[in-house]
Design a protein around this ligand. Sequence first.
Ligand code: ADP
Ligand code: ADP
Length: 217
Amino acid sequence: MIQFDQVTKRYSGGVEALKNLSFSIDSGEMVFLAGHSGAGKSTLLKLISGLERATSGSVMVSGHNLSKLRGSQLPFVRQHIGVVFQDHKILFDRNVFDNVMLPLDIIGFDRREAARRVRAALDKVGLLGKEKVMPIRLSGGEQQRLCIARAVVHRPAILIADEPSANLDRAYALDIMELFKSFHQVGVTVLISAHDETLMEDYGRRILRLKEGQFTA
Ligand code: ADP
Ligand code: ADP
């Protein structure tokens, strides 16, 4: 489902964020990505979601070689992926419902079906009943749930999250992890990064450990 073959990412400043990485993640797997700040976690996730391109090597996602795709084909591949961004990307001038509706608006969904999907996604993350609330009124944990609802509303096959538990107290962080597990349990391929490995250990899942752009044991 996700396959990196000898992937290197060098930013224009010259930093080599990823060095000759190879790994694969099967359909339906739940995998964690660990590493300190600067290890290359965000870069790896951005290569999967198509926000950055590999300098060399190949990145395969759902059968597409992202390094060979033309820009116009990228949105098509992105429809299979849900992303929870590190900086949230919540629109604070729109209410909860409209924030979650956004990806479906972009795809051009039928309005009634879209509204049903938005409520289903909000229900999954425990925010049903807060559709009209403005995001500024939500707690940190609720804002993170909003981001997760928005990431899954188009029913992606792959869900990736960049440090979704950062800035949350441990109890809230564990809640968020349980939420990701619930999507894994219905067949979604899940990849989550965190710098706190203790959050991952209880799950008995594969942990990819990055250090200075390379895997460690
Ligand atoms: P992590 O998510 O593990 O903190 P990142 O992938 O954000 O790691 O960063 C890996 C390395 O790449 C760091 O040295 C960082 O400074 C560098 N880097 C990240 N994004 C950029 C960018 N847009 N331009 C230049 N260097 C970057
Ligand atoms: P419905 O089928 O009415 O949309 P579900 O209860 O099956 O409702 O799912 C509720 C929400 O959970 C969906 O809108 C979606 O956000 C998420 N979801 C459920 N199953 C999947 C899946 N296989 N892939 C991605 N997201 C899913």
